[in-house]
Each structure stands twice: as structure tokens, then as C-alpha cells.
Design a protein around this ligand. Structure first.
Ligand code: PGA
Length: 266
């Protein structure tokens, strides 16, 4: 399919007004970090009067989910996890946490397929099992895909993304509960970001793949990789069709995260 793939810029455009600001805290935070959540929550409560269409999801370490859930006062900040077990039911899986446990703790989202986990050995087949398990427990999956620097250099980006989608998603899944996060591996934590031309092309390609392979409306597509309060202006003006952002390092600071949202809308 990638051979006869024709880029149609129109596929990139989104019909949704809703914008997602997803924080990926990675291995960061403790119980005191609730002050970050509180500041973000307070900001959003005031802010959403003006910008109702923005959704905040903080994907925090598992041990913080239920603690934060109890302390969040409003329905304006959602919680997510950063991975889950492939197994849905309890059992002899030392160190694993199931989608069901995450759901009970208060998570509504889970990041799966992150390149940092792929690097640790997660295969597309394993990611598929995890996605299935998360969807069964009614978590919304933020499914990360992205090419390495080498693959980009070889001009393989679209092919890589296509394979990642094809190998880890299934027609039988509830694909409405999948959000795609396009995260070029070379961009994560490096300060480098793709050109707007590439972003338009890739966004269109991802949406087109969904129409073509699964015959469904395109999913929401987020961008992730070195998003910060300085370059958010670029993303809001030059590539306004992304449905939101997956923000790593900058989400560990309430100020930076708030500035990203503020600047996106100015
Ligand atoms: P970054 O991370 O924003 O620090 O580049 C993004 C991610 O890994 O999700």
C-alpha cells in the first residue's frame, strides 16, 4: 500500500476543535508532585472558560494514580498510565500491572508503544496484546509510533509508521478508543522537531492509513517530541491540524506545561 500511497494534504486536516495536552511524566514524580497537578488544574479551570475545547491528561507513574485521583477536585484533568501488562486477569506476573488495576486506580488513558519501551524489547506483537488488554478494560490507548533517525535518513518514515500501525492494531479492536501519538524517536528529548512539510505529510499519511486499512474515520493524531513553550507557537500556527501534543520533559513543570497551553492559543 505504501507504494501507491498518494499524499493528499487534505487528509491532514482535523474536524475536531478539541485539543489534547497530554503529559508523559515518565519516571518522574512523588506524592509531593501533586502540587504540579494542582497548579495545572487551577489554571485549566479558569482557562477553559475561554478555551473549552482543551483536554488535559497526565500520564504519571502508577503509584501516583490513585493518590492523585482522590485529590483532583474537578473533572478537568484526566489521569493516564504509561504502560500496562498484556494480561488482563490477575496471575503470576511479577512486577506487572494490568489494565484493570490501572482503571480501578483511576486511569482513563494508557500510553502504549512508547519508543522507550520498544527499545527495552517490546515487539509490535506484544504491544498489540497490551492494546487489546487495555481496550477490553475500556482504557483509551495513546498509541505511540515513530521512526528512528536512521529510518528517516533512509526515507522510510511512512513505511515504518504503516508497519507499526498494521502490526499492533486490528480491525476487530474498538479503534475509536485509539489516539495516535506520532513521536519521531530522534526528536524525543533532543530539542529537534520535524519540518512543517514533514508534519503535514505524516499527519495526512496516518489518517489516510486508517481510512484505507480499517475503513474508519481517522483517529485523533497527536505530535510528541521536544514540545516546549518556545516551539509550541510553530505547532499552533504552522501545523494547526494536530489534535494535540504528547509532552514529556516539559510536562514535569507546571509552569512549562501551562505556558505551552497558553501560548498554543495566543
Ligand atoms: P519529550 O518526550 O517531550 O521530552 O521529548 C516526549 C515523550 O517521550 O513522550
Amino acid at each position: 500500500m505504501t507504494n501507491n500511497y498518494k499524499i493528499n494534504k487534505n487528509h491532514a486536516y482535523t474536524s475536531h476543535n478539541l485539543r489534547y495536552f497530554v503529559g508523559n511524566w515518565k519516571m518522574f514524580g512523588d506524592f509531593n508532585s501533586f502540587k504540579i497537578v494542582r497548579k495545572i488544574e487551577n489554571f485549566h479551570l479558569k482557562f477553559r472558560k475561554k478555551h473549552k475545547k482543551c483536554k488535559i491528561i497526565l500520564c504519571v507513574p502508577n503509584i501516583l494514580i490513585s493518590f492523585f485521583k482522590k485529590k483532583i477536585k474537578s473533572k478537568s484533568v484526566f489521569l493516564g498510565a504509561q504502560n500496562c501488562s498484556r494480561y488482563t486477569e490477575q496471575g503470576p506476573f511479577t512486577g506487572s500491572v494490568s489494565a484493570s488495576m490501572l482503571k480501578k486506580a483511576g486511569a482513563e488513558f494508557v500510553i502504549l508503544g512508547h519508543s522507550e519501551n520498544r527499545k527495552e524489547g517490546e515487539s509490535p506483537q506484544l504491544i498489540k496484546k497490551k492494546i487489546y488488554s487495555a481496550l477490553r478494560k475500556n482504557l483509551t490507548v495513546i498509541f505511540c509510533i515513530g521512526e528512528t533517525a536512521k529510518e528517516k535518513k533512509q526515507g522510510k518514515t511512512i513505511k515504518v509508521l504503516f508497519n507499526q500501525i498494521k502490526k499492533s492494531l486490528d480491525k476487530k479492536f474498538n479503534l475509536k478508543k485509539i489516539i495516535i501519538a506520532y513521536e519521531p524517536v530522534w526528536s524525543i528529548g533532543t530539542g529537534k522537531t520535524p519540518s512543517s512539510k514533514d508534519l503535514i505529510k505524516i499527519n495526512a499519511a496516518i489518517k489516510f492509513m486508517f481510512i484505507k486499512i480499517f475503513k474508519i474515520n481517522p483517529p485523533k493524531v497527536l505530535y510528541g517530541g521536544s514540545v516546549n513553550d518556545k516551539n509550541i507557537f510553530f505547532f499552533s500556527k504552522q501545523t494547526p491540524f494536530f489534535d494535540g501534543f504528547l509532552i514529556g520533559g516539559a510536562s514535569q513543570s507546571s509552569k512549562k506545561f501551562i505556558d505551552i497551553m497558553r501560548k498554543y492559543y495566543t
